[in-house]
Design a protein around this ligand. Structure first.
Ligand code: GAL
Length: 913
């Protein structure tokens, strides 16, 4: 099977001559405006649901039992039935889904009436001066406080933060008389959740699912004489997720203004075929809507430009001009094409470059430009080979992937480009080339970053269908919204070259329902393919087997943990009520010889950065119990990186399984970064233990294990544990080494402990009988007999000072840009003290603000905005944000009793265009 996507160009020689003066500005549309309305919002959250208004979307089932620690592989039970109440506003919201419901007979009809029109909070006259001023993206829960103790309202699963509740956002927008011929849309990239939007007292519509972007047409309710009052009600249920969802208008919000005749929402589709280095065919489908009262004839042309380091280059191709008639109130689809010669292909580094192009579609009426619409895309050929994996431009790219939830650690769910960029750079440095968006569509800007940086992406829409995982999750709205949500994801994201696979589910309960679940899966897959026939679909399975109906619907087989097998170790012999699975690559490959198999989740290994617990297992993979990699008193998991959740496996075990099944396309590790919520195995904590990188963005030891495999050409060697063990003198203290070399000699205080070679299917070198003596461990790694890399770990003195390093010394003075400053506690020789947990007080001077601190400790319940933070195993993090329009030097100061005070200077610079 071959899926070729996105574009190509023909270099028009005359364009090279005349195009030189085709500046970026000329490409900007005078006819379409996309205005950020992130500033100037008022926000109010009710103290509890009891005191909230009754403008609810729908009634929810009563929660009879709550098991916050319920493992993710527990079979789902039957979805609960909703009894629709007469007062529910759902019938007024459902029509927002109509553009995404293909069968017109299934379109929702808005009932009579104007719910809420007399409700004070939606009126422009309402006095909201006492409400909080907020700037979007805004996550109302991240500031905390954490809910500690045994019976919190929001449990560990959802991160112990107050994401639940009902809240309102209000903002005025000014529209002038001169705009009365315009169409005005509100574009919300993500609202958590059950958004309902009023404009000037009129309920316009809404979107319950918090992860999709949606558009509302404000035009009919606009006052073109000035002030317009927007009022948005969000209602974020507790027990709605297995992780931290965040709460609020947590992504960007825009006003889009167009002429009556304009390119529709997400209205272009760019596809490519016959892609080679010599040429590529580009197909550009454009939907144009005529919202005027009269029939019209329009002309469109799409011009193509390369994007060079973010700058638009010279036009390199153009489609033919196409003319079409659009009757009043109708939409026309224009199919155009062009050929590009010598296309610069999009592909993942390090072997390829993620080149991007921009298609600019011009729409004109009687020779006058009426709309201009930009679509960024890439040109690449993707083939799926069931015996090898995924080929990008004919190069086999094994998936070195990670799963990522949407939160940005201490910043919560509020999307921020600098934070996401930092995350992707840290992943890239480890050797990651693929990301699975677990388990929902991400912020659109994240996909722009994955396009630019060349990651391969699985875009995933649902974690549950009809069958629930938590009492108030998506299953409550699945019947009404599944088609709209599935189509919305694809329509928004289809032009991103980084996306290679659509996923319509993760470990859904319908795996257990035989033909019924398979049929529903096929319905979802068909919907996605109807929107985008060029990419394959999948749905991740942790239970369905090759002989069951469920996998038949999907193009790509996605296994969660099943590739290497689940609970196959003797320790589980007496466990009878949990999923046990023999390794499944073989059976699936045999049953589906024409389908690519990948592991959409592997490992779920767990560890706490810098925590080493003894004794160390002899196995290559072990579950976590007290005295066996875990300590429930301190709620930490050993960073010997051999321990995993019961259904998971260590990285080492997964690598062996992949190597023994070379037809597997590769893996997506659960997870790259730690995330808020789901703190298996210690649900009293706030954040996960599964990350290869901790919540603050500091690599755990595992980082180097993955790097040693994923970047074989990078000379590196990494030693664990640290060597500060005053209580272990004379005790056996295993030393493990990760290297991209093939052999290592280990020395303790200058004495060789032997030279060891990696055995077949072994990915670390172990010296398990080292007797601890303080001093220095040194590892010399060899590759093919020659010295490849060296590392040392030394016993340190007491913490004496703080060393601060910023990921960026210069930030834009736009009120959004961030600098992440890592503080390391060192001894007088500058060695990081690996056990230091001194409290640090942060201060700031100049045009910046401290928005969060963290240390990566899953048990730390200090609120994220606090400027006091204990170090955790030698490190802490402080995040500084610029202030809009204020440039100059920012000084961040750190003080800690008994340590030398320290500071670091950043510069806020005028925002570059
Ligand atoms: C998987 C699930 C993930 C996460 C993970 C934790 O089964 O798909 O969402 O819960 O387990 O180990």
């Amino acid at each position: 099977m071959s899926f070729t996507y996105l574009s190509a160009r023909r270099i028009l020689p005359f364009v090279l001559l005349f195009g030189l003066f085709f500046s970026c500005r000329e490409q900007e549309s005078p006819t379409r405006e996309r205005i950020s309305i992130n500033e100037g919002w008022k926000f109010m959250k009710y103290g509890s649901p009891e005191v909230a208004d009754s403008m609810f979307y729908d009634v929810r089932p009563e929660i009879l039992t709550v098991d916050d620690t319920k493992a993710a592989d527990t079979p789902a039970t039957e979805a609960e039935q909703l009894k629709a109440s007469k007062k529910a506003l759902k019938p007024y919201i459902l029509p927002t889904a109509n553009p995404y419901i293909k069968d017109p007979l299934k379109h929702h009809v808005r009932p009579e009436g104007h719910p809420g029109s007399d409700f004070p909070l939606v009126q422009s006259s309402y006095d909201d001066s006492g409400w909080e001023n907020v700037t979007l993206p805004h996550d109302w829960a991240i500031a905390g406080p954490f809910q500690e103790g045994p019976n919190p309202d929001v449990g560990g699963g959802m991160g112990r933060l107050p994401s639940n509740g009902i809240a309102w956002y209000r903002r005025q927008i000014n529209i002038s008389k001169t705009e009365q011929d315009k169409v005005i849309y509100l574009d919300i990239d993500g609202a958590m959740s059950y958004a309902m939007v009023w404009l000037n007292g009129y309920l316009v519509g809404g979107w319950p699912y918090g992860y999709n972007s949606f558009r509302l047409d404000l035009t009919p309710h606009i006052n073109f004489e000035g002030i317009n009052q927007l009022a948005i009600r969000l209602d974020n249920p507790n027990h709605s997720a297995r992780w931290y969802p965040g709460g609020g208008l947590y992504r960007n919000v825009w006003l889009t203004k167009t002429n009556k005749v304009h390119v529709a929402h997400w209205g272009t589709t760019v596809t490519t075929s016959k892609v080679s280095k010599a040429s590529a065919q580009i197909g550009i489908k454009v939907h144009v809507v005529n919202r005027s009262d009269s029939d019209t004839e329009i002309e469109t042309i799409t011009k193509i430009y390369p994007i060079n380091n973010g700058t638009i280059g010279l036009q390199t191709a153009a489609t033919e001009k196409v003319t079409t008639k659009i009757p009043a109130g109708n939409t026309a689809t224009l199919n155009t094409a062009t050929t590009l010669e010598n296309p610069r292909l999009w592909g993942p580094p390090p072997t390829q470059t993620p080149h991007l192009y921009r298609a600019i579609t011009h729409v004109s009426q009687n020779g006058v430009g009426i709309d201009t619409y930009k679509t960024d895309f890439g040109i690449r050929d993707i083939k799926f080979d069931p015996n090898q994996g995924i080929l990008v431009n004919n190069e086999l790219i094994k998936l070195q992937g990670v799963n990522e939830h949407h939160d940005l650690g201490a910043l919560g769910a509020a999307f921020n480009v600098s934070a996401a960029t930092r995350k992707l750079h840290i992943l890239k440095e480890m050797g990651v080339n693929a990301i699975r968006m677990a388990h929902n569509p991400p912020a659109p800007e994240l996909l722009e970053l994955t396009d630019k940086m060349g990651f391969l992406v699985i875009d995933e829409v649902f974690d549950s269908w009809k069958r629930k995982k938590t009492p108030h999750d998506f299953h409550l709205i699945f019947p009404d919204w599944y088609e709209a949500d599935a189509r919305a994801m694809v329509r928004r994201d289809k032009n991103h070259p980084s996306i290679v696979i659509w996923s319509y589910g993760n470990e859904v309960g319908e795996q257990y329902t035989g033909i019924e679940g398979a049929t529903l899966g096929k319905t979802l897959s068909d919907i996605i393919k109807d929107e985008d026939p060029t990419r394959p679909t999948t749905s991740a399975m942790n239970w369905a087997k090759s002989d069951m109906p469920f996998p038949t619907a999907m193009d790509v087989i996605s296994l969660n943990y099943q590739g290497e097998g689940i609970r196959q170790d003797p320790i589980f012999d007496t466990v009878t009520n949990r999923i046990k699975t023999k390794p499944q690559y073989g059976p699936f490959h045999e049953k589906f010889p024409n389908k690519v198999i990948l592991s959409s989740e592997t490992a779920s290994a767990a560890s706490s950065r810098g925590v080493y617990l003894f004794p160390v297992t002899d196995l290559t993979s072990s579950p976590i119990r007290d005295g066996m990699g875990g300590d429930s008193n301190i709620r930490q998991v050993s960073a010997y990186e051999l321990y995993a959740v019961d259904f998971g496996s260590s990285a080492d075990k997964v690598f062996a399984s992949l190597d023994k099944h070379p037809y597997s396309a590769g893996e997506f590790v659960w997870t790259g970064f730690d995330y808020l919520g789901e703190p298996t195995p210690y649900y009293e904590s706030r954040s996960s233990y599964n990350g290869i990188i901790d919540l603050a963005g500091f690599p755990k030891d595992r980082y180097y294990l993955y790097q040693s495999r994923w970047r074989p050409d990078l000379p590196m060697v990494h030693i664990l544990p640290h060597w500060n063990w005053p209580d272990r003198i004379g005790k056996t203290s295993p030393v493990h080494v990760f290297t991209s070399g093939d052999e290592v000699e280990l020395f303790l205080n200058g004495t060789s402990l032997g030279r060891k070679k990696k055995a077949a299917y072994a990915y670390r070198l172990r010296w398990d009988d080292v007797i601890y003596q303080p001093g220095e461990l040194k590892a010399i790694a060899y590759k093919k007999g020659s010295v490849w890399s060296e590392a040392t770990v030394k016993t340190t003195g007491e913490p004496a000072q703080m060393v601060a390093v910023a990921d960026r010394d210069e930030i834009n003075a736009d009120g959004k840009d961030l600098s992440f400053i890592t503080i390391q506690l060192t001894d007088t020789d500058g060695l990081i003290v690996p056990t230091a947990d001194n409290p640090i007080a942060f201060g700031i001077e100049g045009p910046g603000e401290i928005i969060a601190t963290d240390n990566g400790d899953p048990t730390d319940m200090t609120e994220f905005p606090s400027t006091q933070r204990k170090a955790f195993n030698g490190s802490a993090l402080v995040v500084v944000r610029s202030i809009p329009g204020k440039t100059g030097k920012i000084t961040v100061k750190m003080e800690s009793d008994g340590l030398k005070a320290s500071q670091i200077t950043l510069t806020a610079v005028p925002k570059k265009r």
